[in-house]
Write a protein that binds this ligand. Sequence first.
Ligand code: GLC
Ligand code: CA
Length: 565
Amino acid sequence: MSFTAPIQLPGLTLDPHWYRRSLFYEVMVRSFVDSNGDGVGDLAGLISRLDYLQWLGVDALWIPPFFTSPLKDGGYDVTDYRSILPEFGTLEEFKELVTKAHERNLRLIIDLPLNHTSDQHDWFQQSRKHPDGAYGDFYVWSDTDEKYPHVRIIFTDTEDSNWAFDSVRRQFYFHRFFSHQPDLNFDNPKVHDSILEIVRYWLDLGVDGFRLDAVPYLYESEEGNGEGEPPTHEFVRKLRTMVDRDYPGRILIAEANQWPREVAAFFGSEPEPECHMAFDFPVMPRIFYSLRSQRAGELVRVLSETTDIPAAAGWAVFLRNHDELTLEMVSEEYRQAMYGWYAYDPRMRANVGIRRRLAPLLDNSRAEMELAHALLFALPGSPFLYYGDEIGMGDNIWLPDRDSTRTPMQWTPDRNAGFSAADPGKLFLPVVQSLVFNYTQTNVESHLAQSNSLLHWMRNVIHVRKSHPVFGLGTLRAVSTSHESVLAFTREYTGSGTSLGDQPETLLCVFSFSHNPIAVRIEDPALTSLHLYDIFGGSVFPSFDEEGAVTLTLGAQNFYWLHCG
Ligand code: GLC
Ligand code: CA
């Protein structure tokens, strides 16, 4: 396979708000390409496929942790924040990744699990052995397991308490996640210093930013629920101040699985900003809900709620990632409905969520995958894709926990899906061989060979999106419709007047979740007498009349992106 996208020298564009116009792609190093045949994906493998990512139209990569780790939680259990897990490669290879990515105008975001470490981290080992030593206060110790009673348990499948007893120190330690992941004690200023030093270390190596893993949970208190407590925000502001002062142009992305207003709090406010971006956890499950309920109401509601954020901030919108599709931020009634539609086999569930990939969730329906992506790409903010979803990869629910959705990327119909030359039994996880998603059909090479494949569709839509800055930079306003299955909104951008191609534009985006064809009347006084044309093929559509109304027809699960002029 060769990808002929030109390398864009001299590298990175200088736009300080680059993240608001970028398409991000999450790639797990272990799962992408194995360069040396040991059965495990590695940095050199990832470097060898940067051309593919550039060809697809990706602007920035997010790579989950690749630090030294026992890998009991996919690398989110770190034992040394400055060294790379040997099977992933070397620091030299990491530097090469940064250089080669930047040559292609691709930015690199790394993950920073700052709430907790592995229990095998030297800090924890020192802390349990020497309560009065330098690391004695690095973790949250207590004589009882009764503190912080309002803090919920996140990993409900495996944990029944947020406290675990340590037989060496003979005290309990606090853990928000697995019991092998003790929480760092952010009340200790030395913990702040250590984290800030780690941040500087990787920024000095050229990374373009961090995903702040599990950021709401840094501080806990007796009264609060330990999610986004005031000192947590104070720490994020301190981190942002350092980044802005010493590394302008680099970014922080909040992973805050919370309700809209609480997530938005992680943007901070001028003159004290916090994160540049935050994952849009409230919108994500409602996309899946709309697809099956055939009703747009919940999305309209949540989109109207989340639009009010600082001017320079941006949402990170996504459909799937390396974790379960979390249902924590929906009501019990909706959660049960979602389990019924999407996780009818208990094996498909994990914690409070669903451990499946996008294509199996959507029954491998091309119409639904297109509709879901068209909506994702039209939402305010920057879309994040999960590796493999661009070819509609399947999952393996017989693998434990979230490994179900972390199987090797499927490149070719050859041995190990072209992921690795290793003996198939040696792969870190098996490739997907299910009836529907077998790697002999679902792979990049086969998709390339077929001009109407999902992969070609994705690339085309990504490039259309790129030529309309309004998607990344414009405002969103929901527009009223006569049909409960239809979501319609305008995206409007008045232009910055600073750079070429930054043209002002108004788009009308219309999505039908109905499983049948429909006609819908869309009404908005602000659009009176405007003409509409389709931004893919340029077709002229009916215009808004003098009352500001237009009637459109849509096929089952279809959408339009229409220019208004
Ligand atoms: C974050 C990660 C998840 C991990 C957890 C605990 O939520 O996304 O994969 O298990 O943190 O580290
Ligand atoms: Ca390898």
